[in-house]
Design a protein around this ligand. Structure first.
Ligand code: NAD
Ligand code: TDX
Length: 339
C-alpha cells in the first residue's frame, strides 16, 4: 500500500508514520505537510533516509498542490491528520481553522475521489461531542452521541466529519472516521497541557492551570491511537465511525501534580489562571465498538505512559529547546532550501 499521511510532521501524524515504518515495512509512506508552526521536520529525521518514506511540503487547502501530489504518488490510502489543532488558538483566531480543517478536508476528499483511492480515513476528535457534566461519571461518549460543539476548533472538526459523511452517502466514498480522546507522548507540541507543564516544571517556571483545574480529560498514549487507526484501515468497515479511548480520566490538576511528583518539583509552581472561554468540562470515551468489532485494546495505562513521556522530554531536550527558541523552523530551509 502507498499511504498518504497528511499532517505527518505534527505530533500524532509523526508517531503514526513511525508506527507504520516499524510495523508495516511493506507499505510506502508519503508525508504531506504544510509545516505550520506545529509541523517540525526534525521530528521525521529518522524516517528521511528510508526508501519507503517521502516528505512533500504542501497545503491540504491548496487544490493544485494536493492534486499534483496525488498525480505523482497515486496513493491507495489517505489518512488525514492535517489540522489546526489547538483550542486556545481557535478562540483567538478561528479563520484558519475553517480553511484548513473544513476546506482542506473537502479538497483532500475530492482528490481521493478523482484518483480513486481505496480508503480515506478522517482523524477526528472526541471534542465533536461537546462535553459531559462533572457530576455524572456514568456518562460516556458513544458513536451515537449527538454532535454538540463548544469551540471554533471543535466546530471545524465536526463540520469536516459531516462533510466526510456526506461524501460517503452521496458518492459512496470509501471513508472511515475515528474520534479519539486526548493524546500524550513523544513529539507533543509544547503549547498543549502535558508537554507545556513538563517543560515549565523543568525550567522552574509557573504551571498555568485554567480555572480550578477540575476539568477532566481522558488520556490515551499516542501509540495506542496509532494502533487503532492502523486497525481501522485494515479491518474497519467503510462508512463507520469509531471512538478511540482507554478509560484514563484525570482532572487537569491531577495530571499537573503527577508531573511535578515524577520530576520531584514543588506544587508551589502551580498557578491558577483565568479559565478558557467556553471550557469543556469533561471528555470520556466509550470504546466498546472498536474493542468488540475490531479487537483493539490500548496497551499503556496512564501511570506508565506519563512516566515514559516525562522521560522522553528529559532525553530529548534539544527537540523541545529548538521549538521553544523557534530555531526548529529553520530546519526546512537547511534541508530543502538548495535542493
Ligand atoms: P499538531 O498540531 O501537532 O499537528 C498538525 C500537523 O498538521 C502539523 O504538522 C502541521 O504542519 C500540519 N498542517 C496544519 N495545517 C496544514 C495544512 N493546511 N496542510 C497540510 N498540513 C497542515 O496536531 P496533532 O495533535 O498531531 O493532531 C493531529 C490530528 O488529530 C488533528 O486532526 C487533530 O484534530 C486530531 N486529534 C488530536 C488529538 C490530540 O490530543 N492531540 C486528539 C484527537 C484528535
Ligand atoms: O496551559 C494550559 N492550562 C490548562 O489548564 C493548557 C494549554 C491547557 N489547560 C487545560 C485545558 C484543558 O482542560 O488542560 C486541558 C487540556 O488542554 P489542551 O492540551 O489544550 O487540550 P484540549 O483542549 O483538551 O484538546 C486536545 O484534545 C483533543 C487537543 O489539543 C485537540 O487537538 C484534540 O482534538
Amino acid at each position: 500500500m502507498t499511504i498518504f499521511v497528511t499532517g505527518g510532521a505534527g505530533f500524532i501524524g509523526a508517531n503514526f508514520i513511525y508506527y507504520l515504518l516499524k510495523n508495516r515495512p511493506a507499505d510506502s509512506v508519503i508525508c504531506f505537510d504544510k509545516l505550520t508552526y506545529a509541523g517540525n521536520l526534525e521530528t521525521l529525521a529518522a524516517a528521511e533516509p528510508l526508501p519507503t518514506f517521502k516528505f512533500v511540503r504542501g497545503d491540504i487547502s491548496d487544490r493544485e498542490e494536493v492534486y499534483k501530489a496525488f498525480e505523482e504518488f497515486r496513493p491507495n490510502v489517505v489518512v488525514n491528520f492535517a489540522a489546526e489543532s489547538h483550542v486556545d488558538r481557535s478562540i483567538e483566531d478561528p479563520g484558519l481553522f475553517l480553511k484548513t480543517n473544513i476546506i482542506g478536508t473537502g479538497i483532500l476528499m475530492d482528490a481521493a475521489r478523482k484518483f480513486k483511492v481505496d480508503r480515506y480515513h478522517q482523524v477526528s476528535t472526541d471534542e465533536v461531542y461537546g462535553d459531559l457534566p462533572l457530576d455524572r461519571p456514568d456518562l460516556f461518549f458513544t458513536e451515537k452521541t449527538p454532535i454538540h460543539t463548544s469551540s471554533p476548533y471543535s466546530a471545524s472538526k465536526a463540520s469536516a466529519d459531516l462533510l466526510v459523511q456526506a461524501y460517503i452517502r452521496t458518492y459512496q466514498f470509501p471513508a472511515t472516521i475515528s474520534r479519539c480522546s486526548n493524546n500524550y507522548g513523544p513529539y507533543h507540541f509544547p503549547e498543549k497541557l502535558i508537554p507545556l507543564m513538563i517543560i515549565n516544571a523543568l525550567n522552574d517556571k509557573k504551571l498555568p492551570v485554567y480555572g480550578a483545574g477540575a476539568n477532566v480529560r481522558d488520556w490515551l498514549y499516542v501509540e495506542d491511537h496509532c494502533s487503532a487507526i492502523d486497525l481501522i484501515l485494515r479491518k474497519g468497515t467503510v462508512g463507520e465511525i469509531y471512538n478511540i479511548g482507554g478509560h484514563n480520566e484525570r482532572t487537569n490538576l491531577e495530571v499537573v501534580k503527577t508531573i511535578l511528583k515524577i520530576l520531584g518539583k514543588s506544587e508551589d509552581l502551580i498557578e491558577f489562571v483565568t479559565d478558557r472561554k467556553g471550557h469543556d468540562l469533561r471528555y470520556a470515551i466509550d470504546p466498546t465498538k472498536i474493542e468488540t468489532e475490531l479487537g483493539w485494546t490500548p496497551k499503556t495505562k496512564f501511570d506508565d505512559g506519563i512516566k515514559k513521556t516525562v522521560a522522553w522530554y528529559l532525553d530529548n531536550k534539544s527537540w523541545w529547546e529548538k521549538i521553544v527558541s523557534g530555531e526548529y523552523q529553520n530546519y526546512y530551509e537547511k534541508m530543502y532550501g538548495n535542493r
